[in-house]
Ligand binder design. Structure first.
Ligand code: ADP
Length: 389
């Protein structure tokens, strides 16, 4: 009999989780808020409605494994599940998630493990009662200041970058966040050469597999393009080795089970610095849908079901660009795939600035790099023009 699995959430990540599960002969239930959420269209079973401690308890009672597409399920929502002794059905586990749920949890964990990360200050280390006190608190942060909201922040929301001398603006921002009871912390700005990401999976029995380390570029804090050199060599190969060591160590320490991603900064002066742990399938791994033998989504199910992980062998070059809504966007309509550029459309009804509406991928040999990037870029550009007409 099929294992009864539920996925909490019904966005694009859940959509590709469902499709991967189907390939493995599974038929997960999607727990959605609205019937037009992206994953509903591909799922055989959908449970609709507001999430409450009672509705989640019912989900756990009716399924053998419950997994999720994002990390924001609060302890409160899971309170009845815990009381009923069903929390061990959650995979990745509640215990793993507790250590890395918020950005601040992660930061403390990275520092505690001596992973290289951007210099960090907790609110208790910063006196912002006067400009001169603040200047004193920040005197060692010479490269610039990044204020980060500690939780519920994504796609660059809740990340504020300042020059070191902008003390007045920093003070105003800290006062405003504090007044609104929004938890925050501070990082030194990293003068990075590249932003890198590693997507990997670890199964219940400890098997570990990873895709190539990729480079990604962001616009206004939102990932816009991911580039994969499947056979990393030179500096990238060295960085990949380092990233894999950190990923394996982190997985062991938090007893991780499932697919996840690590985001890094690379700067020549500071080397590889860990920025963030995404405890779920991730945008930087969408290329695996077409360019790799198994996808990040398939390996998530293999990991939580304790099946052998699929091979992560990847084409020698791949590119992925997000279809992001702009301020001029009006119509949400899928572009057409071209010879090498494949379109993945999430089916969201409404288009908004910065909203991820779909993505476009292409892969091939490294010799075709420039042509493949150009083909994908053309699809994205034409779509942007069409959606704002
Ligand atoms: P999110 O969870 O919203 O993706 P991140 O912490 O990854 O938040 O920050 C979003 C983007 O902001 C990063 O991809 C990077 O471009 C920039 N950024 C974040 N922290 C720093 C930093 N310490 N130094 C320089 N840039 C940063």
């Amino acid at each position: 009999m099929k294992t009864r699995i539920a996925i909490l959430g019904a966005g694009q990540l859940a959509k590709y989780l469902v499709l991967a599960a189907k390939k493995l002969g599974l038929s997960p239930t999607v727990i959605a808020t609205f019937s037009f959420d992206p994953a509903c269209e591909v799922s055989d079973e959908v449970r609709l409605g507001e999430w409450t401690p009672d509705s989640l308890l019912q989900v756990f009672q009716d399924h053998e494994i419950v997994t999720f597409e994002n990390e924001w399920i609060s302890e409160h929502l899971l309170s009845k599940v815990k009381a009923a002794g069903l929390i061990n059905k959650l995979l990745p586990s509640f215990e793993s998630m507790k250590k890395v749920r918020t950005k601040w949890d992660q930061k403390q964990f990275f520092i505690g493990q001596n992973y290289a990360t951007a210099k960090t200050l907790a609110p208790s280390e910063i006196n912002f009662s006067t400009i001169s006190a603040l200047q004193k608190s920040l005197q060692t942060f010479t490269q610039g200041i990044v204020i980060k909201e500690s939780e519920l922040a994504y796609d660059g929301k809740g990340v504020f970058v300042f020059e070191s001398q902008d003390t007045e603006k920093i003070k105003t921002k800290l006062e405003s966040l504090t007044q609104q009871n929004i938890p925050w912390y501070l990082e030194e700005k990293v003068l990075f050469k590249q932003e890198l990401a590693l997507v990997f999976s670890r199964s219940k029995n400890g098997e570990f597999a990873h895709f190539p380390l990729v480079e990604f570029q962001s616009e206004k804090g939102i990932c816009s393009m991911v580039l994969v050199q499947g056979e990393n060599s030179g500096v990238m190969a060295e960085l990949e080795n380092k990233a894999v060591i950190i990923a394996k160590d982190l997985c062991e320490k938090i007893e991780w089970c499932g697919t996840a991603a690590l985001e890094f900064f690379y700067s020549e002066q500071q080397g590889l610095l860990i920025n963030e742990f995404a405890p779920r399938v991730h945008n930087s791994g969408h290329f695996t849908l077409t360019a790799s033998e198994s996808s990040q989504f398939e390996n998530h199910f293999r990991a939580i079901l304790n099946l052998p992980l699929g091979r992560c062998t990847t084409a020698s070059f791949a590119v992925m660009k997000n279809l992001l809504g702009s301020k001029d966007s009006k119509v949400a309509q899928a572009p057409k795939s071209t010879t090498h550029a494949e379109v993945f459309w999430y089916g969201k009804r409404e288009i908004r600035e910065g909203r991820k509406m779909g993505h476009v991928t292409a892969h091939g040999s490294i010799q075709c790099r420039d042509n493949l990037i150009e083909e994908v870029t053309q699809v994205v550009r034409k779509w942007q023009i069409k959606s704002s007409e």
